[in-house]
Design a binder for this molecule. Structure first.
Ligand SMILES: [Zn+2]
Length: 278
């Protein structure tokens, strides 16, 4: 009898422990990630992505991805592709002679394809304020725009300096300085990585169901060789700061064992697509 009692007690203790474990797993927020193509960018003069002549005479096809992060506390959109005016039958050669650009479809249509609407977003953030990341920003006006204070001041701080009309529509602004934990639970982190622009940032996401967290580069790197060579584009805001950010980025990626996704890389777009399928 005693034996049976102990056996039952042991079983019930094991049972409790199992239940506790289960509860822990359930309590972790279910974060989902989707990627969409905000544009195609054919680079006719790749040398602009270096401080020297390393890429002179080369061309390269870039993609221009943007991302939807779905968290139980709200949805975040990261980056905004090219403007919708570029949803055109033939690609457009922009005046500087460097880029040939085109956007495949409108924001509304692209969101619809993954079951979202423009109004579904509580938060909106961009890696930085260049034209290929702010394209449909004006349509995100009901979301809260999370932006580094210095990036905000450099782009929309006063009306004389307002260089980017897509940003003018954004009225709900949350200015941050440095790293920022979007949902307060460590699953979605904005990391301050300046240099490409004054307030450039990257995004860390712990996606449910995939082994490694995902680290989106913004434009810290534009393509693979650029990461290997620590190549700094000729048009960056600050070379030294960029190199420091690259170091910080690599250390952070290592610490978190993160999957690095270069946002302009068609190869990395495919890689992430495969990871998210699992
Ligand atoms: Zn870019």
């Amino acid at each position: 009898m005693k034996k049976i009692f102990f056996l039952l007690l042991t079983i019930s203790i094991i049972g409790c422990k199992k239940a506790e474990k289960k509860a822990e797993v359930v309590s972790k927020p279910e974060v989902k990630l989707h990627q969409l193509v905000g544009g195609s960018i054919f680079v006719k003069k790749l040398e602009v992505f270096s401080q020297d002549t390393l890429y002179t005479g080369q061309t390269k096809q870039f993609t221009d991805a943007y991302y939807v992060i779905s968290h139980p506390k709200g949805n975040l959109m990261w980056d905004a592709g090219l403007p919708e005016q570029l949803v055109i039958p033939e690609p457009f050669d922009e005046p500087s002679g460097v880029f040939r650009i085109q956007r495949p479809d409108s924001l509304a249509n692209q969101l619809k394809s993954i079951g979202f609407k423009i109004e579904d977003f509580k938060y909106f953030a961009m890696s930085h304020s260049h034209f290929d990341h702010t394209g449909h920003a004006n349509l995100m006006k009901d979301a809260t725009w999370i932006v580094q204070e210095n990036e905000f001041n450099a782009n929309v701080g006063d009306t004389l300096k307002q260089k980017n009309p897509a940003l003018a529509a954004l009225k709900n602004v949350q200015k941050i300085t440095g790293d920022y934990d979007v949902f307060g639970d460590g699953t979605v982190l904005i990391k301050y990585m300046p240099g490409h622009t004054i307030g450039h940032q990257v995004l860390y996401v712990e996606v449910a169901g995939i082994e490694k967290p995902v680290l989106l580069t913004g434009d810290l790197y534009h393509f693979e060789e650029n990461r290997t060579n620590k190549g700094v584009p000729s048009f960056n805001y600050d070379v030294k700061q960029t190199l420091e950010s690259m170091e910080l980025f690599e250390a952070f990626a290592k610490e978190k064992n993160a999957e690095i996704i270069i946002q302009h890389s068609p190869k990395d777009f495919k890689k992430l697509e495969e990871l998210l399928k699992k």
